[in-house]
Design a binder for this molecule. Structure first.
Ligand code: FAD
Length: 407
């Protein structure tokens, strides 16, 4: 690295610009912290854009009668996001596009009757409402071919690219694109991080912070190695998602109930620029699909849709699949953690939100840790990276590459 050195003092450096890092970065800046965001690819381009965009409210825990303390925090998330969407939270999501005000749950055939008494229980009242009148059904179920039951969940579905845009808006000058193999390195001292050095032409930019926060999703394990941190460990949960672009006019946001707690299929719909929909299929089909190649997975998905929604004509659909990992802190028996995870390691915090919906919870918990370490906002008027740095771009929709490859 060169000899010309420029130092930038910040309060917090957030590393990784997915939903966790972006929500945190946005909130810290609103609170007056000098916060920077470092990203090595595109903003939101990891799990975040590949998620189904559902702001979960913990319905499945009420279903299984398993509403533990950890699970309770997810129950409050839809309302927290709604406040942000209404401009009533420190994070302002008023520009975000809501794809659906409710996520639905439908039960084909006889499973429906078995589940009815379950749904009528007190625990579920207010969280899961059975839609009694056909006129209230999502359009796709207003068909004589549909025989099951439909329930509405207290879960909204968002256009995630617009969330990423809203969280970044006005803060671009505090974001930095980094490449840990060439232009950026960690300088350690006394078992902690001294600074991050970023090469900028013939100058070295030394970025100093009171806290470094890792929100790099699947990249966190490598980042920890780079920073000499061995704990906590990470686990990956692999999924084989399916997408189909077609001209059927009705979107669908629903879990299809199967015999397991994991939905047989979770379908979300995402509008494309040319006025069509991409249906994105997850749930059991994506978990079980890891043993199938893309052609087999598409065959299974076609068959499932023809059984579950036989009246929906998808003849013109273009199909593709996507292998993607959920990245989480290591748990016994690959159990899914249900609150944001944060662990302190010297001057760093290692974090995983474990769900998109839990990004506000992660920010709240980091806030407590900063207070605990007496790290106060030092005021950020005019705070910015120097001119000439490269800012990371916002990612493209999840289907762009996969469907183009198959075209
Ligand atoms: C298929 C699928 C569907 C899902 N659906 C839902 C859903 O509907 N609802 C829900 O609540 N949750 C859902 N989830 C979970 C949710 O998507 C994740 O929990 C959440 O997006 C994780 O966010 P993150 O910011 O931790 O990670 P990511 O979104 O993966 O972001 C990490 C960021 O860090 C960057 N990065 C990586 N390494 C480095 C490095 N060394 N330096 C700098 N930057 C780095 C990456 O490029 C990326 O931008 C889903 C997950 C998957 C896989």
């Amino acid at each position: 690295m060169s000899r010309k050195i420029q130092t930038l003092d910040s309060d917090v450096v957030v590393i990784g610009g997915g939903i966790a890092g972006l929500w945190l970065f946005n909130a810290l800046n609103k609170q007056g912290y000098k916060a920077l965001l470092l990203e090595n690819a595109s903003l939101g381009g990891g799990q975040t854009i590949k998620s189904q965009g559902i702001v979960h409210g913990g319905t499945k825990y009420t279903l299984s009668g398993n509403l533990t303390k950890a699970a309770e925090c997810i129950v409050g998330m839809p309302d927290r996001w709604r406040r942000a969407l209404a401009g009533e939270d420190e994070v302002d999501l008023r520009d975000v596009r809501t794809l659906s005000e409710g996520h639905y749950l439908w039960s084909p055939g006889d499973i429906g009757s078995r589940m009815t008494s379950f749904f009528a229980s007190k625990a579920l009242r207010g969280r899961v409402d059975q839609l009694k009148k056909e006129e209230d059904f999502p359009a796709i179920f207003k068909h004589k071919g549909f025989k099951g039951k439909v329930y509405q969940l207290n879960e909204i579905v968002l256009d995630i690219r617009t969330v990423i845009q809203a969280l970044t808006k006005g803060l671009e000058s505090r974001t930095l694109k980094v490449d840990w193999n060439s232009d950026t390195k960690v300088v350690s001292a006394n078992g902690g991080i001294e600074c991050i050095e970023h090469q900028l032409g013939d100058e070295t930019l030394q970025i100093k912070a009171k806290k470094y926060i890792m929100t790099a999703g699947e990249g966190t394990a490598d980042l920890m190695k780079l920073m000499g941190i061995s704990k906590p460990e990470m686990q990956l949960r692999p999924l084989h998602m399916v997408m189909l672009k077609h001209s059927h006019p009705e979107p669908l946001y629903a879990h299809c109930l199967g015999t397991k707690i994991v939905p047989r299929m979770t379908i979300t719909s995402h509008p494309t620029e040319d006025g069509q929909w991409v249906w994105y299929l997850g749930g059991e089909i994506a978990e079980d699909g890891m043993s199938r190649n893309p052609e087999e997975q598409i065959r299974v998905a076609r068959r499932e849709l023809s059984v579950l929604l036989p009246w929906v004509n998808l003849d013109d659909a273009e199909w593709a699949t996507l292998f993607v990992n959920r990245a989480e802190p290591k748990q016994n028996k690959l159990l899914r953690p249900d609150a944001a995870f944060i662990q302190e390691a010297g001057s760093t915090l290692v974090t995983w939100p474990t769900k998109l919906a839990l990004a506000p919870n992660l920010t709240d918990e980091v806030g407590k840790q900063l207070q605990h370490s007496d790290i106060e906002p030092s005021g950020n008027d005019g705070f910015a990276l120097p001119e000439g740095v490269v800012h990371p771009e916002i990612c493209q929709p999840f289907w762009t590459e996969a469907l183009n490859k198959n075209a």
